[in-house]
Design a protein around this ligand. Structure first.
Ligand code: DP6
Length: 361
């Protein structure tokens, strides 16, 4: 189903502009095969796959009532404080989704949001924040218009809306492993929204751990949006997009069979390729920090010495996501405390793991 070709339902039930409140809690996610490069309206240049996390979530409540003007009105509060910086982002988001949700024009919104992870951790909240907001908008539509009747249609539309806010957010609408972008041989996958990876998934990946090691909490110097844009002129981009298509096929095969060696190889290759793309853009830029590299080298040594299946991935920043099977939690926690803590911002890390996806609140 291509939701963009479906005519949106235009009028509220009984032609009554409603008043109400909806709320969703939605997690962040960490990509294994990376989305880096987009075209048209948030269409990815290659498919990506991620683990949805469990503890790193945004909680968003949307109160709505009839608008006084002929246009939607928005007030946005972060941790109870009106925040104009995000209000602008939400205006841009609403302008983008308006053709798909024309009913928003008739409403006045008060949006209250908070994150469980500290703002100072340098962790992007766009995936969790945009997916929580998209779920709220889809929920208003489900409650007050005669559309989104099935659960599948509801989550698919929420994922489509989330993508228009921030690409990676479309993967946070589901738990477990989620694919966004067309994968050869998987006709259910789409460039427009995320889909859950179907079974078989090896047991080891159903409780995988992600310890998010905070190397630097400062705001990034180059936004993801700008980084994606630079892929248009990166001389290696065509091969990179083709490589991601091959890596996702091989990674899905490893996830199905539980092949940890292959999982580690591909996950680390993807992380380093993402940063290689940054370093080979024009203008080039570097988001890893000396401590990022020190941690990576210690992970290589630790893996070689102990044989434990621990690996890393990176997002568009200096922090390191340490990925490992839950059964090795104790050994890895000691490794962090004894060897890695010295490289962390105030010794800080977030002890997260793969989660079950968003919840209504
Ligand atoms: C490196 O989803 O933050 O985390 O679509 O411009 O909002 P926009 O970008 P964003 O990019 C995420 C990039 C990444 C890789 C990934 O999550 O796949």
């Amino acid at each position: 189903m291509n939701l963009q070709t479906i005519e949106p339902v235009l009028s509220f039930k009984n032609s009554q502009v409603p008043t109400g409140v909806v709320g969703w809690e939605s997690p962040s996610n960490i990509a294994l095969v990376k989305y880096w490069g987009k075209r048209d309206v948030q269409i990815p240049c290659n498919p990506s796959i991620s683990f949805t996390l469990s503890k790193s979530v945004s909680r968003t409540k949307v109160s709505y009532r009839p608008a006084e003007s002929g246009n939607y009105e928005i007030e946005f509060y972060l941790d109870g404080v009106r925040t104009e910086k995000f209000e602008e982002k939400i205006h841009t988001f609403f302008r983008t989704i308006r053709p798909l949700c024309p009913f928003i024009d008739q409403l006045r919104f008060r949006i209250d949001s908070s994150n469980t992870f500290p703002h100072s951790a340098g962790i992007a909240s766009s995936a969790s924040g945009m997916s929580a907001l998209a779920l709220c908008i889809a929920d208003i539509e489900r409650k007050h218009l005669d559309s989104l009747l099935s659960e599948k249609a509801f989550f698919q539309k929420a994922s489509l809306l989330a993508r228009l806010g921030s690409g990676s957010a479309c993967r946070s609408v589901y738990g477990g492993l989620v694919i966004w972008g067309e994968v050869e041989g998987m006709p259910q996958t789409s460039n427009e929204y995320g889909v859950k990876l179907d079974e078989p998934i090896h047991e080891v990946f159903k409780s995988y751990k992600d310890s998010i090691l905070i190397v630097d909490a400062a705001e990034k110097k180059v936004s993801s949006r700008a980084g994606h844009g630079l892929m248009k002129t990166n001389p290696f981009s065509a091969e990179r997009f083709a490589q991601a298509g091959r890596n996702i096929q091989a990674l899905i095969a490893a996830i199905r069979t539980g092949d940890l060696d292959m999982f580690i190889k591909l996950t680390e290759l993807e992380a380093l390729t993402l940063h290689a793309m940054m370093m080979t853009s024009d203008p080039y830029f570097l988001l890893m920090r000396p401590n990022t590299l020190s941690i990576i080298e210690k992970i290589f040594d630790f893996r070689q010495q102990t044989g434990l299946p621990v690996c890393f991935t990176l997002d568009a920043g200096p922090n390191v996501h340490l990925l490992y099977p839950q059964r090795h939690e104790q050994e890895i926690k000691s490794f962090i405390a004894n060897d890695l803590a010295v490289h962390l911002h105030n010794g800080f890390y977030i002890d997260d793991q793969v989660g079950t996806g968003p919840n209504e609140i």
